[in-house]
Design a protein around this ligand. Structure first.
Ligand SMILES: [Zn+2]
Length: 499
């Protein structure tokens, strides 16, 4: 029997900076290989920086597996395996089409082509959760981050109330691009925050007030909209914190408002009672509805049924010449079709157990991450508090002058604000993780029933989780399911698995 195996370890640069090394991972994999009599042909270490640009060690591993027909690959955990959905799909493809066997050593999970669908299913849930919530996302975020943001600059059009300016020398050569307060709009932005925090204004009345004052956007000289105003009131840029790809940085620009005022506005948003009118909400928007006759996308439309303004939502082919034979669908009809389709899903206690286990496993990894990050941030915070005291005392003792004191004090204060925001972000992330995991779990337990009794927004959410795209062809609907739910549908069709 061919027992050749590749060991693959990965430690992110972040983790390395914190003292993690790939050695522990490697030892674990070597032990496992020895116990199972695998012949290790290659040890691949993603932690070493790639020798030349664009080619990762992951790609090298894939090449080796293909070229030499290696049948086995070992990883520590799912989150060590792939950095992005594309890599995950490559692995998936090799399992299905090349007969690759994947061992996740820490949990003892083994996947190959003939693994029972439920095992594959939980494997993909694990990968999926790892992809969304683990180190990978963070790394991607950082990679995509602009160098400029890191240094406190802002890479695009400054928000309303600020201006993008260029500092030039006497020859007109650009020395630096900076963000300066807009003398005309900054005071209005500040007042908008104050008025909204006071609770005397709704978004609509505040918008009207701003428009009366003559506020116009910079680029198109337009009036501000309700949505535009909401974006402004949620933007931490105004008190000094820039958000870039979900990460906060201290900006070099001068704040327009204080953090306290910003917080009051956010509280006001949170407490605002918002009735939820149905409005123009199309349930089947954004789930990839396509026409099965001509391939055009399916679009939604509201049609009034009578003078009393009763209306229905319709879906029809967007083919412009009117030649398509596709009929129009009422939203209710599509709902029925969807409910029928999910009714065929095979979800029993065994599957529920698998989902539960996969979610648990991936959550342990996430928790580990959040815990280390929180500890790091909290200790930095208290170190900074000590520094603040020290600077204050030095000032009192006359050891440092006013200017030095001020710049030092402000710099530390700003970092404290940043740490605070980072901690908040981590907490939110953690609860979001729970919510999403539980949502999938609860949903799968009684899918059809949950769908039928859900409100339109929830229905759309359920479809977005499950559906990758959907082809309508008269009464014949074909729904293509997202991974890993496609496996559940296969199970329903074949009934071959389990016992
Ligand atoms: Zn069509």
């Amino acid at each position: 029997m061919d027992n050749r195996a590749i060991l693959y370890v990965r430690v992110s640069s972040d983790e390395q900076a914190k003292g993690y090394s790939p050695d522990a991972q490697l030892r674990l994999l070597r032990d496992y290989a020895k116990k199972n009599d695998f012949e290790v042909v290659s040890e691949i270490n993603e932690s070493q920086s790639a020798t030349y640009q664009g080619r990762t060690e992951f790609a090298r591993m894939i090449e080796t597996i293909k070229k030499e027909n290696i049948p086995i690959v070992l990883f520590e955990k799912a989150d060590r395996m792939s950095r992005n959905p594309i890599d995950a799909n490559v692995i998936y493809d090799m399992i299905e089409n090349r007969g690759l066997k994947v061992c996740l050593v820490k949990s003892g999970t083994i996947i190959n082509r003939s693994s029972p669908p439920p095992v594959k299913f939980s494997f993909y849930i694990e990968i999926g959760m790892a992809l969304f919530f683990s180190w990978n996302l963070r790394e991607e975020t950082k990679k995509g981050m602009n160098e400029k943001v890191r240094n406190g600059g802002f890479p695009s059009l400054a928000p309303l109330g600020y201006l993008n300016k260029q500092l030039t020398d006497s020859d007109g050569k650009v020395l630096e691009r900076i963000i300066a307060q807009d003398p005309e709009r900054a005071p209005l932005v500040k007042q908008a925050f104050e008025l909204y925090a006071s609770g005397d204004h709704s978004l609509a009345s505040l918008r009207d007030w701003l428009n009366e004052k003559g506020l116009k956007t910079r680029k198109y000289k337009k009036k501000i909209t309700k949505h535009g105003l909401e974006v402004v009131l949620h933007n931490s840029f105004y008190y000094g914190l820039m958000k870039w790809n979900g990460v906060s940085y201290r900006g070099k620009h001068e704040p327009i408002i204080s953090k306290a005022l910003f917080d009051r506005v956010q509280e006001r948003f949170a407490s605002r009672h918002r009735p939820n009118p149905r409005g123009l909400f199309f349930e089947f928007k954004g789930i990839g509805l396509k026409c099965g006759y001509c391939g055009c996308s399916i679009v939604a439309e509201r049609q009034f049924a009578n003078k009393d303004k009763d209306y229905y939502f319709y879906y029809h082919c967007s083919e412009s010449k009117g030649k398509c034979q596709q009929t129009w669908f009422r939203e209710e009809e599509l709902e029925k079709q969807f409910a029928e389709a999910i009714g065929q899903l095979q979800i029993d206690d065994q599957v529920i157990g698998l989902i539960k286990a996969a979610l648990k496993k991936s959550h342990e990894d996430e928790e580990e991450f959040v815990k280390t990050e929180l500890t790091r941030l909290q200790s930095e915070y208290s170190r900074n508090e000590t520094k603040l005291h020290k600077v204050y005392e030095d000032k009192l003792e006359g050891v440092i002058d006013e200017g030095f004191f001020k710049s030092k004090y402000e710099a530390i204060q700003q970092r404290q604000i940043e740490i605070h925001a980072e901690i908040e972000g981590l907490r939110k992330r953690n609860s979001k993780y729970f919510e999403e995991g539980l949502e999938i779990f609860e949903l799968m337990k009684n899918l059809k029933n949950q769908y039928v009794k859900a409100d339109p927004a929830q229905k759309q959410r359920i479809m977005k989780i499950l559906v990758s795209n959907w082809e309508l062809k008269g009464v014949n609907t074909t729904i293509y399911w997202n991974k890993p739910f496609d496996i559940l549908f296969e199970m329903g069709e074949t009934q071959k698995w389990g016992g």
